[in-house]
Design a protein around this ligand. Structure first.
Ligand SMILES: [Mn+2]
Length: 195
């Protein structure tokens, strides 16, 4: 069950709000889905994950990029996506949280849109997995919130790129932007014929 923000300019048929579907899904043992683009711009899905998992056995995340009240824009490696992955990692909730992507952008190449969003999602997960979370938890448990904040800020600069490059190499896919040439070639040789 997936709720959506009500508001001026929202789609004409919106069944229920987040509040309605949070309660409905818990009452009826149905899986709740949080869509990253379905909330007020100052609300973040990352903040909801740990609260929902206190009561729900599982959670589905629609990883997307919201623009105002509209969802489904191509995922980029922005702070929101990184925060969502960090929340799941810090909660040790990979076994409870299903991550799904769903987005499009008709103004750019469809395959490129897919690749850009998928790679951004994977990078966010990788960054979260590489975080020395135990260091943060240790300081928090000791009541040392100064160190927790200081370390959290220092962790922003940790180099995930080398690990990403190795991951891509092991998967047999380009680490950098070389994939774009293949997509452009595919557009010319295959996609153009569909018009
Ligand atoms: Mn959705």
């Amino acid at each position: 069950m997936e709720g959506k923000l009500f508001g001026i300019g929202s789609e004409s048929y919106v069944v229920g709000s987040h509040d309605f579907y949070l309660a409905y899904s818990l009452k009826n043992s149905l899986l709740l889905c949080l869509d990253m683009g379905h909330f007020h711009p100052t609300e973040t899905v990352a903040d909801k994950i740990s609260a929902v998992l206190e009561f729900a056995p599982g959670l589905l995340l629609h990883v997307s990029r919201g623009v105002r009240w509209d969802s489904d824009h191509v995922v980029t490696l922005n702070d929101e996506v990184k925060a969502v992955a960090a929340e799941v990692a810090r909660a040790g909730a990979w076994g409870k949280v299903s991550i799904a992507t769903d987005y499009f952008d008709a103004s750019i190449n469809r395959v490129a849109a897919w690749v850009i969003g998928a790679r951004a999602t994977l990078k966010a997960i990788l960054i979260a997995l590489l975080e020395p979370t135990e260091m943060l938890k240790k300081e928090e448990a000791a009541g040392n919130l100064t160190a927790r904040l200081a370390l959290t800020e220092e962790m922003r600069d940790l180099p995930y790129g080398a690990v990403w490059d190795m991951f891509c190499q092991k998967q047999g896919v380009p680490a950098g932007a070389a994939w774009l040439e293949k997509v452009v070639a595919y557009e010319k040789s295959v996609l153009a014929k569909r018009k």
